[in-house]
Design a binder for this molecule. Structure first.
Ligand SMILES: Nc1nc2c(c(=O)[nH]1)N[C@H]1C(S)=C(S)[C@@H](COP(=O)(O)O)O[C@H]1N2
Ligand SMILES: [Mo]
Length: 322
């Protein structure tokens, strides 16, 4: 991303508290015999179990079922998931989103659905997302900056929403935009990226089982710094595809421009599939550091999700289509 020197942010990363010093709220709740449901009083009390910030005070518990995608890997502690973020609308520092994103007004939240589909129009969040059918999925996440996390997301399969909106036969891609609120987002005063933040998926990628629209994490609504109230999660792709605080969904015929391709096409491609064999021009993608761990891990092709997604790219040259 905008890192001049990889070592620079690696040092910042190591400043994150080691894993054994964290207390996962989820595990604590589990050990108290509480599941993911109805723990409002316990989980939203600021500071009760440590690490809560002003921005997290607004989160609410969600009800959800097990979405079936679970990992053996330890979860990344809640305080790292919500305290070490990329959300450039609030600044380019990893702590900036936790510090400033509470200014974002997320209620009410309306989305525009546009382009090549039958379901065009303006939707309240609750009308687009079936909050009574939420799932929890634990996904491995890999940032292009070569750090990774394991996050318990709560949301709905993107494919369910796409199918409900009924794309026309012309629709080949889904394009997303983040809210642009000059008064609430200190980071957009600088033209770091071409605001609003833009992303896209090929339609078959959007329909893949793994593609997910998250409204929560760790059993609660998303903290603003993680993209409240609605963000994309595509765990086989680098983190930057996970566009936050979505206000526009548009079905289009041609491959859309995305913020990162626009900013540096030679460094960030449209596909952005996690691929240890294709290095970023300025650093290796062969290994990664799981936040909270010290030894580096080998990065896995498609972030370990090849069985689910490799077929989407059959016959494509992944060096060209990076
Ligand atoms: N609108 C918006 N979405 C964004 C970003 C951003 O700067 N703005 N950063 C991306 C990047 S680079 C990453 S790694 C993930 C980080 O998500 P997290 O902070 O919830 O871990 O969000 C992605 N989505
Ligand atoms: Mo990222």
């Amino acid at each position: 991303m905008l890192i001049k020197n990889v070592e620079n942010w690696m040092e910042r990363e190591s400043a994150v508290t080691p894993e054994n010093q964290y207390h996962s709220r989820r595990d604590i709740l589990k050990s108290m015999g509480l599941g993911g449901i109805g723990v409002a009083a316990l989980t939203s009390g600021a500071g009760l179990l440590g690490g809560a910030s002003a921005a997290q005070a607004a989160v609410r518990p969600l009800q959800y079922a097990d979405g079936g995608f679970r990992l053996e890997d330890d979860l990344t502690p809640h305080s790292a998931v919500t305290g070490y973020n990329n959300f450039y609308e609030f600044g380019t520092g990893k702590e900036d989103p936790a510090r400033y994103a509470s200014a974002l007004t997320t209620e009410p939240w309306t989305l525009r659905v546009e382009g090549e589909c039958d379901g065009t129009g303006t939707y309240d969040l609750e009308d687009l997302i079936p909050f009574n059918q939420l799932q929890e999925r634990i996904y491995r996440m890999r940032c292009v900056e070569a750090w990774s996390m394991v996050i318990p997301w709560v949301g709905v399969p993107l494919g369910d929403i796409v199918r409900r909106l009924q794309p026309t036969s012309k629709a080949k891609y889904v394009y997303f935009e983040t809210a642009l609120r000059r008064g609430e987002m200190p980071g957009v005063r600088r033209a770091v990226l071409d605001w609003p933040y833009k992303e896209g998926l090929r339609l078959d990628e959007a329909l893949n089982d793994l593609a997910f629209l998250a409204v929560g994490l760790y059993g609660e609504t998303l903290p603003n710094q993680n993209g409240a109230p609605l963000r994309l999660v595509t765990p086989w792709k680098y983190g930057f595809k996970g566009i936050k605080s979505i206000v526009t969904i548009r079905f289009v015929e041609d491959m859309p421009m995305t913020s990162w391709v626009d900013s540096a096409a030679q460094e960030y491609g449209f596909y952005a599939n996690v691929n240890p064999n294709v290095d970023h021009p300025r650093w290796s993608q062969g290994t990664e550091r799981r936040i909270g761990e010290f030894r580096r891990r080998k990065t896995l092709m498609y972030n370990g999700y090849g069985a689910q997604v490799a077929h989407l790219y059959d016959g494509m040259d992944l060096r060209k289509n990076y």
